[in-house]
Design a protein around this ligand. Structure first.
Ligand SMILES: Cc1ncc(C[n+]2csc(CCOP(=O)(O)OP(=O)(O)O)c2C)c(N)n1
Ligand SMILES: [Mg+2]
Length: 329
């Protein structure tokens, strides 16, 4: 049994019916299960379960607060990388500080960046996660194995009294990572027919796309999205002029924009590999691109329709949002 199966059982017993999630490679099964149960009324529940796949973690805080106002108990399932981005909303909507709305919330956080973490870029946020939770006034406890979950039961008791609580789930590296197969072709649906590139059938992998492009590159600077895109680029063609993002999801293209606007040689081209998940997470800043229109920047969207690096759960780019339409607009 997966620790998250037990966590879900305990949340259900406490009447939590509203979940918002953003994947980490360690909480994928939980997210998949919530997606399967979306809309179902579970045993002993008076309301149907609602699962909202998020595009950015901070939206989950306000969604949860709204759901609480609508009579729901809420939980967010996220990675600690997203925790930092949520601070203002946690302070204003959830905390018990003067001026806050003091709305109770439960965070179930995949705690990355601990001592045995292989990805160094996880470590800054990893080492500060508990301090962030203290800062925003969330009671928290850490668990790794099912046998540790007694602590969560106590925490849920605090939650019942109106306290904000967070469960930090440490990865069990002895277990292999679960991934969803992602071999299917992606069909882009776009209603309206006014935007070209609709109904494009994709049959190129991200790796192949990076490989084709990098082989045509000469002295361009290349900025790449964290996770597998950066790893693939490094493996395909490591070069002085590559900048590999290893965190800050959604900010490859803004970093590339800053670079493009700042190069002394205006003919120096910058190529940026951004992901569909990343772009959706930070879509608002596309307006800066539209405003600045830097001639020396090319943003290449590696739109595989999934949060690929964390195990291939769908993004809204798969079937709902046509990002070529967004780019056109
Ligand atoms: C703020 C934040 N939330 C979650 C994560 C975990 N995470 C790392 S890579 C990734 C998937 C990125 O998907 P996409 O941008 O589409 O690129 P792909 O891996 O599909 O090429 C996620 C969710 C993170 N690093 N930062
Ligand atoms: Mg993707």
């Amino acid at each position: 049994m997966d620790i998250y199966d037990e966590i879900f059982k305990m949340c259900s017993e406490h009447g939590i019916t509203f979940y918002s999630t953003l994947p980490c490679s360690h909480n994928l099964k939980f997210i998949q299960k919530l997606e399967e149960l979306d809309g179902e009324i579970l045993e002993n529940a008076d309301k149907a379960l609602i699962h909202i796949p998020l595009v950015r973690e901070e939206s989950g805080v306000s969604l949860s607060a709204g759901a609480y106002l609508g009579g729901r108990k809420t939980a967010m399932v996220i990675q600690n990388q997203g925790l930092g981005n949520m601070i203002t909303q946690l302070l204003s909507l959830n905390s018990h500080l003067n001026g806050s709305y003091r709305i109770p919330n439960l965070l179930i956080i995949s705690h990355r960046g601990l001592e045995n973490e292989k990805i160094n870029a996880q470590k800054p946020v990893g080492s500060k996660s508990k301090e962030i939770l203290d800062l925003v006034g969330f009671k928290h406890c850490s668990v790794k194995y099912i046998s540790d979950l007694k602590k969560f039961q106590e925490l849920l008791g605090e939650y019942d009294k109106g306290q904000n609580v967070a469960l930090l789930v440490e990865p069990d590296h002895s277990k292999p990572l679960y991934r969803i197969e992602n071999e299917k072709n992606i069909i882009r649906n776009f209603k309206g027919n006014t935007i070209p590139m609709n109904k494009v059938q994709a049959n190129m992998t991200r790796h192949k796309a990076i490989s084709e492009i990098i082989n045509q590159i000469e002295n361009e600077f290349v900025v790449s999205n964290l996770g597998h895109p950066s790893r693939e680029l490094h493996r395909l063609k490591d070069r002085e002029r590559n900048f590999y993002l290893t965190s800050c999801l959604g900010h490859s293209y803004t970093l590339a924009l800053g670079l493009a606007l700042s190069t002394e040689d205006i003919n120096q081209k910058i190529i940026c590999f951004e992901g569909d998940g990343g772009l959706l997470m930070n879509a608002g800043s596309l307006s800066i691109l539209a405003h600045k229109k830097p001639k020396n920047l090319i943003v290449i969207l590696l739109d595989n329709g999934v949060w690929g690096s964390t195990g291939n759960t769908e993004t809204y780019a798969l079937n709902e949002v046509n990002l070529s339409g967004v780019a056109q607009a």
